[in-house]
Design a protein around this ligand. Structure first.
Ligand SMILES: [Zn+2]
Length: 213
């Protein structure tokens, strides 16, 4: 891993400062995670999303270690979320002047490894992920969240029992809830992206539907 991937605590200095308006409005004004995803007044939207993405990347890296012994090419030959969803890896390669694209079915660990390497490369490259109002930023950041969501979806469907047995379920649930609140607060995911876990996502977002960001 490169130096780009530095830890950002989810309850950072910025995150721990709800505004007066946030404290006084909404159905769940004291929800710590909801407050922690709000844009701090002294940080741009793009910087905040980039910082938070590094945080989620690091959280997922830890969660991959939790399921690492169980999520193998043999146990999970396809990157699935239940019986109805398989995620294919879209491989983009720049070779010389040509741009090659390959769509492949691969095992879950291969997909997850590809995803992590791809996210890390994007976070390190400000040409591919410029911190400004650009279509490049919007396109890539939404792709990142779509693919990171798939890790949680696969883990819940295929490794829930093992995560529970290891005593890591609370940790997993907290990370996923944080990820979903952030993703929807900044329109980085939509309901089509989260169909494999739509009921769970709906239940997580329900208390906040009256709060605008
Ligand atoms: Zn697996």
């Amino acid at each position: 891993m490169t130096s780009c991937i530095r830890p950002v605590h989810p309850f950072s200095r910025h995150a721990a400062r709800p505004s007066t308006q946030q404290r006084s409005s909404g159905p769940e004004p004291q929800d710590h995670l909801w407050l922690s995803v709000q844009l701090p007044s002294d940080v741009s939207r793009y910087e905040w999303i980039a910082m938070s993405t590094i945080n989620f990347f690091n959280q997922i890296r830890l969660l991959i270690n939790v399921i690492g012994d169980f999520c193998t090419n043999e146990s999970c030959p396809k990157m699935t979320a239940g019986p109805h969803f398989e995620f294919l890896w879209h491989d983009h390669r720049h070779t010389g002047t040509s741009d090659q694209q390959q769509i492949i079915s691969c095992s879950a660990p291969v997909y997850i490894q590809n995803m992590m390497l791809w996210v890390e490369a994007l976070l390190d490259d400000h040409q591919l992920l410029p911190l400004d109002h650009s279509t490049t930023f919007e396109y890539h950041i939404k792709q990142i969240y779509k693919r990171m969501f798939r890790f949680y979806a696969h883990a819940y469907y295929s490794h829930y029992r093992q995560i529970h047995q290891l005593g890591e379920l609370d940790h997993f649930n907290l990370s996923f809830r944080h990820f979903i609140l952030f993703s929807f607060a900044f329109q980085l995911l939509d309901y089509r992206d989260v169909r494999p876990l739509s009921s769970l996502v709906n239940s997580l977002l329900m208390p906040f539907t009256a709060i605008s960001t």
